[in-house]
Write a protein that binds this ligand. Sequence first.
Ligand code: GLC
Ligand code: CA
Length: 561
Amino acid sequence: MGTIPWWQKTVVYQIYPRSFMDSNGDGIGDIQGIISKLDYLQDMGFETIWISPFFTSPQEDFGYDIAEYRSIASEYGNMDDFRELVREVHKRDMHLILDMVLNHTSKEHSWFKESRSSKNNPKRDWYIWKPGKKPPNNWKSMVFGRGWHFDSLTDEWYWAAFLPCQPDLNWRNSEVYNEMLSILKYWLNEGVDGFRLDIFGAIYEDPNFQNNPFSPHLFPNDVRGNGVFQSTEMTRNHPDNFQLAKKLRTFIDEQSQHHAWMVGEIFGGYAALREFCGREIPDGLHLAFMFQTVHAPFTAAAYRKLIIEAEQWFPEPYCPTWVFGNHDMNRRITRLRGDRDKAKLDFAYQMTVRGVPFIYNGEELGMTNGEIPTAQAQDGVTKHFKKYFPDWVVSLVNKQFNGAVNRDNCRTPMQWNPDENAGFCRTGINPWLPVNRSVQKNNVITEQEEKDSLLHCVKRFIKARRENEALKSGSLKLQPNIISSSQVLAYSRETESEEDVFLVLLNFSNKQQRIDLSPITTGRISVVVSTVLQKQKAAGFKLNRNKISLLPWEGCVLQYS
Ligand code: GLC
Ligand code: CA
């Protein structure tokens, strides 16, 4: 096997720029704020940062509605700040990936303004327009309601897969295609190391505009698709998108001499994710988010199943991804009901399975959801739902959809210290979203001081991963033969070149578990890292007689020869 590319071994940290760190006192995070926290990120061991969009935008969807792809929104800084960021990231041997919204622009983009101005405008065909008294077909948007919007300026309908303020680009127009690729090239030339591609499966729809078939489900899931009583065959993961993935792969590989990479935000089952990465050989997107993890119950059986599926669909040289949260859903620890021991175990899993971990800012502190009521939410999706339903219904739907309808709650300011504004912005000014009440206990400074904090645990596991090649890139084998309890998950990681094997033991129960390791080795065994601080202290020492007790909810890595 050839050498494993850097991005398969990296740890990705997602920054939501609006909420990360405010440097100039307007209550909104910015690029200089990010620069001021790079030392923290480096110290934690995060190697690659992905920043949600900071391009010029009317911020109706907080940056996912881009009005100019080659400039920075003024509240976040300017190109000089950006170039400084690239330099500072690279100086620390870290990498930077940008969030690219290829599917749609903002309504405020000059392209759309031109496009809608008249049917004869040269940019008319840059978007998807259809005539008629009625919408051209039954296609729904991903955020409830019809995806076609009537524009009385020219009496035609335009298509928007997401919010009405985000008209879809017409990628079947070669000018659009070329322009979007030249935007990617522009940012590669500015030194970025890759891209996260927003709703990648929505770029091409059925070219014949056939109706989406009926679905009996009111509440859809990621695998079925998002339409209410409607499947998404014609609007989501159309095969032309798989072709696009291949073309972009060739383009990005060429432009960056095989350095840069792409991860696609795709909603679909494993088969679709695999298609995006290349069915026969990995010649599509480098990675695709596996959101399956987000819906898995917190049990050994469910997490074991995730591994089996990941290994089945993404065997080497493909590479799985491990996503437990982002800026679109309930906070990771909130789904674990705030339980810090479980959160530690969750991280132990994420840092030791084969694949690339993605950590959303604040997860490493165990930041919980905010409590922003529907009535006050700033999220464009909440506002959209409120056009159709009263607040109480919107709140209910939000619950049902894992927080995807009021995303303010997972976007509250990063908690740097216990002060009034959590150190996110100066005291006396209003941050753009209110700081969580949890800030007193739950912030970087306090957790750095406390040895047994979640933050230190996360840091230990990242360190163990970075220091041991097997944990980064070794092959993975489930080890069912050593465990007597179905509540313990065991797997090993090893490389061909190294003698030692790494054994991961995860106790998904509130009971102590005795484990006899003699079936796999009678040789030397030592602790590498554990979620439990007392155990951690034994790191490096040899175990007594091949037996180990796992404490409740303990996750640990052992090394044996
Ligand atoms: C993606 C983004 C989300 C955004 C949407 C539309 O799902 O993660 O934040 O609102 O696409 O661009
Ligand atoms: Ca600011």
